[in-house]
Write a protein that binds this ligand. Structure first.
Ligand code: FDA
Length: 324
């Protein structure tokens, strides 16, 4: 790729990430009878369905093939208490549907969907209700990472929950400068830590772009957590990172699993699972796939070409999910 192409790619990535977090566009697409189904055709590749009833059979299918799953009714930034309570109720139903799958299922959520944008106490009350219910069924709840301006509050709510419940985990973004400090502060809690590179666009003051330095940092964070003996999810599709962790003997440790997003590098996850490594699929469902979908387009340009081809009904190759 020459310099101009590289520049254009950076501009396109940045534009897609700002479309991803534009609430007005999100609302417009959600409410449009013509746009929503059209774009959903392309998003469907990364989404298990629009409802819990559509997502659960996919989860069961993956479990029967030897994967663990993490289900998430996606969405974020709810600013009305009523919407937060509705979201919490959906998660409550989801937890109940996961009874019987035990340690094979976790549930993921954004705290900004269940109350954090209204009031931290509301988010904590909802989280506690979910954790109590989840603990009855042996289900772990994973808190997702959001934009860096929310990280302080997310980590504080996590610490409060982790002081009282063992079935709560957190997602940390390797690209944020603060993450090594956050890890040091929460390292003693036994809950699962999921390491991701970070999807949100951050300023240089807050975060590190994709680079060798970020790879090194990612490896350091994973090493520190594996050594603690507590559960770790290596949540990346980066073959070089996974290869290096395998070479260093970390992938096969009893507290380690590899987790990937539904519909992305299914071939690689299957290979790892077939080699005997623990493999989990993050399985989102729901109608609020806007931010999630545009992040997936932004981080891998061929997804954009494929999305356009799908919208134009020109795709004949099997979807990634066929590889699981
Ligand atoms: P990177 O982006 O460097 O990509 C490495 C390689 O992976 C690419 O070259 C390509 O081969 C493949 N790849 C990556 N993305 C792809 C895509 N969209 N389509 C096809 N191939 C792709 N982020 C966040 O900010 N908060 C969160 O809570 C979460 N939660 C989360 C859970 C789980 C289970 C995963 C796997 C990821 C997240 N993320 C997240 C997203 C994460 O931060 C990151 O944006 C993506 O995982 C992409 O980064 P990689 O580590 O894959 O590396």
């Amino acid at each position: 790729m020459n310099e101009t192409e590289q520049q254009l790619r950076l501009i396109a990535t940045s534009a897609l990430k700002s479309i991803a977090r534009n609430e007005q566009i999100k609302q417009h697409v959600l409410e449009s009878e013509s746009l929503y189904p059209l774009i959903f055709r392309a998003a469907r590749r990364f989404i298990a369905g629009e409802t819990r009833d559509q997502a659960l059979p996919e989860a069961i299918k993956l479990i029967s093939k030897g994967y663990s799953v993490s289900l998430d009714c996606i969405g974020e930034n709810k600013t009305l208490e009523k919407e937060c309570t509705e979201a919490k109720n959906e998660f409550l139903q989801l937890v109940r549907s996961l009874r019987g799958t035990g340690h094979l299922s976790t549930m993921s959520l954004d705290l900004s969907k269940i109350g954090m944008m209204v009031d931290g106490e509301l988010a904590y009350r909802h989280l506690e209700e979910l954790l109590r219910e989840a603990s009855l069924y042996g289900v772990t709840i994973m808190i997702s990472a959001e934009e860096s301006f929310k990280t302080e509050q997310i980590v504080e709510l996590y610490k409060r929950a982790a002081g009282n419940y063992v079935n709560v985990g957190i997602t940390l973004q390797a690209h944020l400068h603060r993450t090594e400090r956050d890890l040091a502060e929460i390292q003693h809690y036994p809950g699962r830590i999921r390491f991701v590179k970070g999807a949100y666009q951050e300023s240089e003051d807050n975060g590190e772009p994709r680079s060798e330095r970020l790879t090194e940092k990612y490896l350091r964070l994973v090493e520190a957590r594996v050594a603690s003996g507590h559960p770790v999810s290596i949540a990346t599709h980066d073959e070089a990172i996974l290869g290096e962790l395998r070479r260093r003997g970390y992938l096969g440790q009893p507290n380690v699993e590899v987790e990937m997003l539904y519909g992305i590098r299914a071939d690689l996850l299957k290979t790892l699972k077939d080699e005997g490594y623990r493999a989990r699929v993050y399985l989102p469902y729901g109608k609020e796939w806007h931010l999630y979908f545009f992040h997936r387009l932004a981080e891998y340009p061929p997804n954009l070409y494929r999305a356009i081809a799908t919208i134009a009904d020109r795709v004949n190759t099997p979807d990634e999910e066929a590889y699981y």
